[in-house]
Design a binder for this molecule. Structure first.
Ligand code: IMP
Ligand code: MG
Length: 174
């Protein structure tokens, strides 16, 4: 059995960091077209908070991917259940995700989108667990690096539970 553990990142710390990321992104893409691509479902809160702190006009779309079976172990299989509605060719694309773990999902998405000939493609992720990486994937905008803990809240789930929590918690064995 798993249960909700202690708070790893409080809501206020997330808010501050999201604001900083938004400022950097706004500066980097000033005067440019930008399509921000949220990865469902985990990134829905992060993307919603991020775009409201961004000071340039951006467009928003979503990619739905499932990389995990039940529990906390990656199945190694990635399934796209919702593709983008918007064209990618010639545009600046920013992938916005909740957490990079093995890197397999982001690596897959980068390959999926690159063949559509974007002008540029970068990666923004709120959390990074570098110790779990299986493929090298660069992160252009990172919120926080965390140790190898399974975390929930702020959009992230354990078996679909805990996504609604405003702060990020660890999951512990009970
Ligand atoms: P990766 O392909 O192993 O990098 O996995 C990426 C995806 O797995 C993330 O976008 C999350 O949806 C999910 N994931 C990885 N680690 C965690 C975690 O600690 N809590 C919740 N979801 C996670
Ligand atoms: Mg995700």
């Amino acid at each position: 059995m798993k249960k909700l553990g202690e708070v790893l990142i409080p809501a206020e710390a997330i808010r501050t960091r999201v604001r900083e990321l938004a400022e950097t992104i706004s500066r980097d893409y000033h005067g440019e077209d930008l399509l921000m691509v949220g990865i469902l479902k985990g990134a829905f809160i992060f993307l919603a908070d991020l775009v409201r702190e961004i000071s340039i006009p951006v467009q928003i779309d979503f990619l739905g991917v499932a990389s995990y079976g039940p529990g906390t172990d990656p199945s190694g299989e990635i399934k796209v259940f919702k593709d983008l509605n918007q064209p990618v060719a010639g545009r600046n694309i920013l992938i916005v995700d909740d957490i990079m773990d093995t890197g397999l999902t982001t690596d897959y998405l980068l390959r999926l989108l690159r063949v559509r000939n974007p002008k540029s493609i970068r990666v923004c992720t709120l959390l990074d667990k570098p110790s779990r990486r299986k493929v090298e994937v660069g992160i252009d905008y990172l919120g926080f690096q965390i140790p190898d803990h399974f975390v929930v809240g702020y959009g992230m789930d354990f078996n679909e539970a805990f996504r609604y929590l405003p702060e990020i918690h660890r999951i512990t064995a009970s």
